[in-house]
Design a binder for this molecule. Sequence first.
Ligand SMILES: [Zn+2]
Length: 374
Amino acid sequence: MLSVPQTVKRAYKYRFYPTPEQARLLARTFGCVRLVWNKALAERNRRYKDEGVSTSYVDTAKWLTAWKQDPDLEFLREVSNVPLQQALRQQQVAFNNFFAKRARYPRFKSKHRSRASATFQNNAFSFRDGVLRLAKMDAPLDIRWSRPLPEGAQPSTVTVSRDAAGRWFVSILVEEKIAPLPPVDRSVGVDAGITALVTLSTGEKISNPRHERADRRKLAKAQRALARKQQGSANRAKARRKVARIYARIADRRRDFLHKVTTRLVRENQTLCIENLTARNMVRNHFLARAVSDAAWYEMRSMLTYKAAWYGRALVVVDRWFPSSKLCSAHGCGHIHEPIPLNVRSWTCPACGTVHDRDVNAARNILAAGLAER
Ligand SMILES: [Zn+2]
């Protein structure tokens, strides 16, 4: 385990309020980023299909230079070139991930379905005394500094985005020194659930925040209202924004909550054992509650991963085929029960007579399997 402070890259995200002029320029930049991404992807696909040639970032950067000379694509010159190149770099990373089987094939960006964003490297913005200016803009961004940037931080990258609810965000990437936490003598198994957010091997169940149920009801109602609106109508656009606003609020509150939970788990435990989510996704279903809890679990897992690395803790991901909920966790038993339907919350082991809470039993098994793997 590392015991010296490590330098990590950390993103700080804030809301900001653009002037009408900034909003126009940024919207145009997002449009150009999307267009460059899609054109490059189409050209990559075509070259591969017609000529059997693969494409590198350098190739795509040359295409971009040529596109900017094309009179039909003149508008590409009105925005900063940096986010356009950055989109091509991100596309290269997406392809690398695909070839390494870490991600699926890169997709075209749709105006409605993808998040609009543009990434500026430090040659395309200036940051001094808490004032951030982007290339081709006179006024600085009006940022709500909801928490301070670390003392003396020098941002390396700035990403501007607008969500479906029309809110603007700036994410500032800085290098930061993080000292590991003092070692502790505890380990925990974490089971992702539907009724509880997570269940711990200690028997504790951490529920979703209280407001989440009410928020989800509102979301479902807004989605039903949206479904009744006529395609292309003004009312439909309004209903869509409403859905997006509620969804954004759920996501924000959930993220705050997940930060609290994951920080606590990482502080309290030296080793954290979790289950590979894909095991739970074997059964596809489209219930909202399930979709939301899966999304929360993905987010939680990624937070646990980086926080464990920051603070010198071990995170063990237990194999996806492990029968965590069917195996009796009582010491020395090891009986494997027949499949237990999801609605059965507790069961009695026929071999040793122990009564198990389904989720606590699973969390205990995940802990044991994780510790055995170490
Ligand atoms: Zn048993």
